[in-house]
Design a protein around this ligand. Structure first.
Ligand code: NAP
Length: 248
């Protein structure tokens, strides 16, 4: 029996990187997949066929998670197209790194809007769907940086720490309605986002990881399968680090 057979999962930002990895792993576990992309239109469209090859229903939506109206329209469209939504993965995110002294107001605002406001938008909109179902699992992709902080990422760390507080509050509000909310804090995962990092910074990070390797989108996807499936039915309000022991 597949762990997510016939569940409907909505994943934001799945045109590449971690989101794409989650979508592919979820499809292999039998989930029907709704996913979003923003600027990577061709990559988003190509993913539909890859997911359908696993025998599941898949549909991509071009939607900006940081726009409240677009997020609301997205949730309504997915609920109409798929009939229900069992899992929401708030994965869409960006970095705009700079030392605080040099950080512009735009860099601060954009990261908070795309990483943090977006999860308010999608989670608020999905609440009525999941409460009506009396079931649902919301998974927020935060970061070890939100727990530990990181020089040059004050905006990103603040957005990711905010996601953890949001996760706990949603878990407390919706637990009695059968809706769970957890966060996953990846460490250093090889994607386009980390591809931008300076080679020396990457080497430094790798040396501090007890498991001595970078993570992959599949490593994060496996943790998402756990939180999305009934294996975690008594777990809510938690943050699980997927970081090769980096935070230990
Ligand atoms: P990525 O390769 O840069 O992919 C980011 C995804 O988010 C893309 O699909 C992008 O879509 C989408 N996106 C960006 N802004 C969006 C918006 N406003 N609305 C909808 N989608 C949007 O990044 P990644 O490394 O996979 O990261 C995914 C998540 O994991 C992020 O939240 C990131 O903070 C978190 N994370 C990553 C790492 C890491 O080491 N990579 C570590 C910890 C946490 P388009 O390309 O279509 O615009």
């Amino acid at each position: 029996m597949k762990l997510l057979q016939d569940k409907v999962a909505l994943i934001t930002g799945a045109s590449k990187g971690i989101g794409r990895g989650i979508a592919l792993q979820f499809a292999q576990q039998g989930a029907n997949i709704a996913f979003t992309y923003l600027s990577s239109v061709a990559q988003g469209e190509a993913l539909v066929a890859e997911l359908e090859a696993y025998g599941v229903k898949a549909k991509g939506y071009q939607s900006d998670a940081s726009d409240n109206k677009q997020a609301e329209d997205l949730i309504n469209a997915v609920a109409a197209d798929f009939g229900r939504i069992d899992v929401l993965i708030n994965n869409a995110g960006i970095t705009k790194d700079n030392l605080l002294m040099r950080m512009t107001e735009e860099q601060w605002d954009e990261v908070i809007r795309i990483n943090l406001k977006s999860i308010f938008n999608t989670t608020k909109a999905i609440t009525k769907v999941m409460m009506k179902q009396r079931s649902g699992s919301i998974i927020n992709i935060t970061s070890v940086v939100g727990v530990k902080g990181n020089a040059g990422q004050a905006n990103y760390a603040a957005s990711k720490a905010g996601m953890i507080g949001f996760t706990k509050s949603v878990a407390l509000e919706l637990g009695s309605r059968g809706v769970r909310c957890n966060a996953i804090a990846p460490g250093f995962i090889e994607t386009e986002m980390t591809g931008k990092l300076n080679e020396d910074v990457v080497k430094g990070w790798l040396n501090t990881i007890p498991l001595r390797r970078a993570g992959t989108p599949d490593d994060v996807a496996n943790a998402c399968i756990f939180f999305a499936s009934d294996l975690s039915s008594y777990i809510t309000g938690q943050t699980l680090s997927v970081c090769g022991g980096m935070l230990t």
